[in-house]
Design a protein. Structure first.
Ligand code: NAD
Length: 351
């Protein structure tokens, strides 16, 4: 079935949606946009898109059955509810809302309308994430116990509306929501505690550098780091498992797995090794013959599967991949992040 889409908010991400949906999704055509800024309207018009004069005009357009919301975070809730009530299917940019209560209102509106509602958690299709998921789910490594995930820049402040609390700015709602969503999809166990340290290095209003430590009920811990002030990067991913370690260095997905060989027949562990740290057994490296270096698995992943899934759900052919209740879980963890920062302590939970 053919679908016609509109976009609310035609800035960086709104125009990205228009371009990518138009060029990569066969059965959606982007008809028009609604944006409050003249420059955004002019840009869209120059690209052949229709400019809605008001939200009401868009809501009343019966040709449109799918709307993507790509405005600053504080306006997502009101738009999402109006659109659902008008019978539109809705994709909302992340973070879907500023808190759990707002998202619960949207979910109630979505249930009442019977329309599709999903959050654009596009980073579930990132190659680095899919590689880590493949390593852990398909036996590349087993029994993970500590997983580090980080994104690192060095340009300092959060820009524009992202620097203002009232607009839903700050790094937790910007990148935190992606990294947390990835972890909740990677580790199949409830989060039982959250410890966060949020730094306002460049902004008075919002956090711009953050560290979050999650503990899961199955014994796995996860560290999320987001920095705008990192001048020497750590790896994008570092995964510690009982039988080995995996590293992805950066967005290019350079990295490797080092896996222990079965060493029951090898007699080396009692040797004292003379290292620069002095004589030691525990802190010396293993002999090389006890490990093997493996390449990261080859994966294929395609962001456009997000939109293809939305279309198939609207057409009644598939189940939704990014489900509202998953986004609700992420928002619940985010509330614990802020609670932990406020108290300066770890917060127990069962999410
Ligand atoms: P932006 O500032 O580049 O664009 C926002 C646009 O919304 C602007 O054109 C502005 O005029 C318009 N706007 C502002 N308030 C509005 C309102 N009340 N009604 C209608 N239009 C309004 O911001 P951006 O970087 O495109 O971010 C937009 C959303 O996309 C945010 O929620 C952000 O978190 C999200 N985002 C997601 C990703 C991702 O990878 N999924 C990446 C970047 C941004």
């Amino acid at each position: 079935m053919e679908h016609k889409m509109a976009i609310i908010g035609y800035g960086g991400m709104g125009s990205w949606h228009a371009e990518n949906v138009s060029s990569r999704i066969d059965n959606i055509s982007v008809k028009g946009i609604f944006d409050i800024q003249k420059n955004a309207q002019e840009k869209a018009q120059s690209q052949g898109l229709y400019i809605y004069k008001s939200l009401e005009e868009l809501l009343a357009d019966t040709e449109i059955d799918l709307v993507t919301i790509a405005t600053p975070n504080d306006s997502h809730k009101a738009y999402a509810i109006s659109l659902l009530e008008a019978g539109k299917n809705v994709i909302c940019e992340k973070p879907v809302t500023m808190n759990v209560a707002e998202l619960e209102e949207i979910i109630a509106a979505a249930k009442k309308s019977g329309k599709v509602f999903s959050v654009h958690q596009n980073r579930r299709w990132d190659k680095d994430f899919v590689i880590i998921k493949t390593i852990l789910n398909q036996g590349g490594l087993n029994n993970p116990y500590f997983i580090e995930s980080r994104v690192q820049g060095s340009r300092g402040a959060m820009h524009g509306w992202r620097g203002h609390k009232i607009n839903g700015g700050g790094m937790v709602l910007d990148w935190g929501v992606h990294l947390l969503d990835q972890f909740l999809n990677l580790i199949d166990s409830p989060v039982v505690s959250v410890l966060a340290h949020l730094f306002n290095l460049y902004s008075d209003e919002v956090e711009d550098n953050i560290k979050i430590l999650l503990r899961f009920e199955n014994g796995v811990s996860a560290l999320c780091e987001m920095s705008t002030n990192c001048l020497i990067n750590n790896p994008r991913w570092h995964v510690s498992c009982i039988d080995g370690t995996a590293v992805i260095e950066d967005w290019s997905c350079a990295g490797k797995i080092v896996k222990l060989k079965s060493d029951s027949q090898m007699n080396w562990s009692e040797d004292i090794v003379y290292t620069e740290a002095g004589p030691t057994r525990t802190m010396a490296p293993r002999p090389e013959y006890t490990t093997e270096v493996l390449a990261l698995p080859e994966v294929t992943t395609d962001w456009s599967d997000y939109y293809k899934n939305i279309v198939n759900v609207i057409d009644g052919l598939e189940e939704l991949i990014v489900r509202p209740e998953q986004s609700l879980r992420v928002m619940k963890v985010i509330e614990k992040v802020f609670e932990s920062e406020k108290s300066g302590m770890g917060v127990k939970c069962h999410i």
